[in-house]
Design a protein around this ligand. Sequence first.
Ligand code: HEC
Length: 279
Amino acid sequence: MVRVIGFLVGLGFVFVLGFSLITGAINYVSNPPAETVEHEFHRHAHAPEGGFASDGPFGRFDRQQLQRGFQVFKEVCAACHSLQYVAFRNLTDLGFTEPEVDAIADQWQIQVPTVDPETGEETTRNAVAADRFPHVYPNETAGRAANNNAYPPDLSLITKAREGGAAYTYSLLTGYQDPPEDLPEANRPGTGLYYNPYFANLNLAMPPPLTADGQVTYADGTEATIDQMAEDVTAFLIWTAEPKLEARKSTGWAVLIFLVFATVLAWLAYQNVWRDQKH
Ligand code: HEC
């Protein structure tokens, strides 16, 4: 008896599920979801021509490029964006010497909050190599107040944090344009917003940061076109998000080579152990 009741209850569930599946499917076919404007105008991220030096299994950072990218970050992005997981001393990875790093920290445009040892009052001091990059704003509210209510996100991990990764950051920086003619009124940028088809909702609160060729002057003589600056600063942000990328790739190769070797060894041992046995 209990079995029969259990069977009937099960059958009831199957019927309800089957019914909702069929009505749902009919509804989906007869009345497909409308494509949103965001979806229609959105463009997918693309890497710069030739990709990044760090791409692929043999990818390596181009130290010269990282230094240029750091320069763009320092002279342009650092006005609004923090880099809270990177310390000044990490810059030696880019090929800066220790005295150079000390000077960069000492002259950084934002000071580090501290407490006066004499009076106990809050004050600020120059950064030192051991400090992480200081926050631009004292807190998020202040950051929003200064940026049309949009908080400039910390950039340390941004190339890992967005769909499309580094290609997205590069595309976003080079993707500002006038809104297309056929963009509906409701999706046009309001005051303080800028049209950029790579941003998920098409309008973002970051004013185009790279606006003119030659905005920074590179020490190594590279021509600072908008495209070059975007590519360099993105390469720098790939490094901030994964400073150990090169070590990871070399370790990966060492492990693969070891596994191939171990496989050959195991196969030879197998041959040896079973040599005198009839199969
Ligand atoms: C004038 C201030 C300002 C400057 C300078 C600036 N940004 Fe921004 N940035 C913002 C604000 C504000 C946002 C948040 C935009 C939003 O959410 O609408 C933002 C967002 C971003 C985002 C995240 C977009 C997303 O998908 O959420 C990236 C990446 C970014 N900025 C990179 C940069 C880089 C690289 C530079 C330097 C070349 C730079 N920004 C310079 C203010 C700035």
